[in-house]
Every structure is written in structure tokens, then in C-alpha cells.
Design a protein around this ligand. Structure first.
Ligand code: SAM
Length: 287
């Protein structure tokens, strides 16, 4: 296979099982002049496994801005460059965007070597509609940002796909259950292509119970897929938001606990739920 000069190849690597490395990925990584990798120590192991001896250079979120110029100068001078990340497809919740954008702005040829991605691997097996999905990357970390993020998802009519780490998977499922309703269907795809590959589907409440019961199910890497809002779920969420608004209005005139108690009586929503949502900032949402 011939490797073109003055090209940036964006190369996907396995998300677990090394046998998913494509023949073309191996050929390209062997043939280019330089490989930009997110973590050179991590990638060196992969490259050794496939007998690839091409020099490696680090390109990660902390140095990407600085490295772009240096790397593209080499490509402009005729070098063939490959970009890889620790696992899966570069740029998908991984570094590389600045490099690719700048390369394309300068008219440099950017060529994909497609392959594994946890996003598409999970979508392909979850059994949820794939014709219209929204990829959310990783959820935000601070509580306030998470509340705003989850609120924005309530009425989404697309399959939602997100990445999550093992430390936060349960917390994220709980936040989603709180805002989208515990009945919303979901699939937890864990450790895809690896020894402990597991797919569990059920309602958000059921999945929370499973992960709470079995610590093994909290380990590893996760993709969460949430079914689109359907009639009733969305209607429940709307009623809950309207109860939030009642809490907000009443809370201007009386203590929060009393406002919540009254709003619960008016709307039929659970007092505890309204209280937690009020503390999370929902009563400020008067849209
Ligand atoms: N660029 C990668 C891709 O194309 O899939 C994703 C990189 S992102 C930093 C890493 C996240 O992807 C993990 O935290 C996890 O959410 C998800 N992930 C990666 N490998 C996975 C696997 N084997 N099974 C499930 N999720 C995985």
C-alpha cells in the first residue's frame, strides 16, 4: 500500500480488543514519517504489538495548540503524518480537532483510516433507533452544569448517546432519572470488545438498582444510551417542570419547604423530588 506524502492520516485504533486493528491502520502507521499520539507511552505498547517502529510525538489537550504549527510545518514540507488517540477514533471526545481544522484550512489533505469507536460500537448493538441520534460526549462535572445539561435533554426526540467514566456512571444515571424520569428506557454498554463486555437494558430506575446491587457492573468503560422521549415521558417531564415553576413562584413568598409542600399538593408530584430539584436550581427555570 502506498502512503502519500504531505498528508495527515486520522487513524482509528481498537477500543479494547487489539484484533480490531485494521490492516490498513497497521500499514499507514508503518508507512508514515511521524505519528502524533495522545499518550506516547500507551500507544507505544500498541505499536510494538504490530511491529510499527515509526517515531511518536505527543499531542494531547494540554499541548495541542502549541503542537499544531510544528506538526503542520512538517506536513507542509512533505512529511506524511498520522494522528491516533489512546483508543478509538481521534477527535471523538479525544484530541485532534485543532490539528485537523488547521490542516484543512491550509489545504492539506486529511484522510481517514476508519475503524473502532465506542460510540458506533454501542449504537450498533443497543437495539435503540439509530436513524436519529445525538452524541453528547462526556456529561459536565459540576452540579450546576449537570442540572442545566439534563434539563436540556428532557424533550429530545433522538436516541441520546454519552460517554461516562466508572466513577460517575451511577451519579449520571441518577441525574438522568431525576430529570428524564425513572421510566425512560436506557442501555448501559460496558467494556465493549473486552473480556467483561456487558450490555444491560431497562428503565433508568432498573439500571440504577442493578448498578447499586452489583459493584462489578460499575467497573470499566461505559457508553450510556438513552431512548428518545416518547409521548407520556415527555408529558410527565413537562408536568414536573410546571411544578418546578410553581415552587419557584411560591418560594418568593414563603420558605422553600412550605413552597415545596404546597406545590406537591397542587401538582401531585412527590415532595422529595420537588425539593431536590428546587435545590438543584430547577425553580429558577421559568421558561
Ligand atoms: N475516541 C474514542 C472513541 O472513538 O470511542 C473515545 C475516547 S473517550 C476519551 C473514552 C470514553 O469512551 C470512555 O470513557 C468510555 O466512555 C468510552 N469507551 C471507550 N472504550 C470503551 C469500551 N471498550 N466500552 C465502552 N465504552 C468505551
Amino acid at each position: 500500500m502506498s502512503i502519500e506524502k504531505a498528508v495527515l492520516y486520522v487513524v482509528a485504533t481498537p477500543i479494547g480488543n487489539l484484533e480490531d486493528m485494521s490492516l490498513r491502520a497497521v500499514e499507514v502507521l508503518r508507512g508514515v514519517d511521524l505519528i502524533a499520539a495522545e499518550d506516547t507511552r500507551h500507544s507505544r505498547r500498541l505499536l510494538q504489538r504490530f511491529n510499527i517502529r515509526t517515531p511518536l510525538l505527543a499531542l494531547h489537550e494540554h499541548n495541542e495548540r502549541r503542537m499544531v504549527e510544528r506538526l503542520l510545518r512538517r506536513v507542509d514540507a512533505g512529511a506524511a503524518l498520522a494522528l491516533i488517540s489512546d483508543a478509538g477514533t481521534p477527535l471523538v471526545s479525544d484530541p485532534g480537532f485543532l490539528l485537523v481544522r488547521e490542516a484543512r484550512c491550509r489545504g492539506i489533505r486529511v484522510s481517514p483510516v476508519p475503524g473502532p469507536s465506542a460510540l458506533l460500537a454501542a449504537l450498533s448493538v443497543a437495539g435503540l433507533p439509530t436513524h436519529d441520534f445525538r452524541f453528547l460526549g462526556f456529561p459536565p462535572r459540576t452540579h450546576a452544569q449537570r442540572v442545566q445539561w439534563a434539563q436540556g435533554l428532557v424533550d429530545e426526540r433522538q436516541t441520546l448517546v454519552l460517554y461516562e467514566s466508572s466513577h460517575r456512571v451511577l451519579e449520571t444515571l441518577r441525574d438522568l432519572a431525576e430529570w428524564l424520569g425513572g421510566e425512560r428506557q436506557c442501555v448501559v454498554a460496558r467494556e465493549l470488545t473486552k473480556l467483561h463486555e456487558t450490555l444491560i437494558n431497562g428503565s433508568l430506575s432498573e439500571l440504577i438498582a442493578i448498578l447499586e446491587r452489583d459493584p462489578e457492573q460499575n467497573k470499566g468503560e461505559f457508553v450510556l444510551l438513552i431512548a428518545a422521549a416518547v409521548g407520556d415521558a415527555s408529558e410527565d417531564a413537562r408536568q414536573l417542570r410546571s411544578a418546578d415553576r410553581v415552587v419557584g413562584i411560591l418560594a418568593e413568598e414563603m420558605p422553600l419547604a412550605q413552597a415545596v409542600a404546597l406545590a406537591a399538593r397542587i401538582s401531585g408530584a412527590r415532595k422529595n423530588l420537588l425539593y431536590r430539584r428546587a435545590l438543584g436550581g430547577a425553580q429558577g427555570d421559568r421558561k
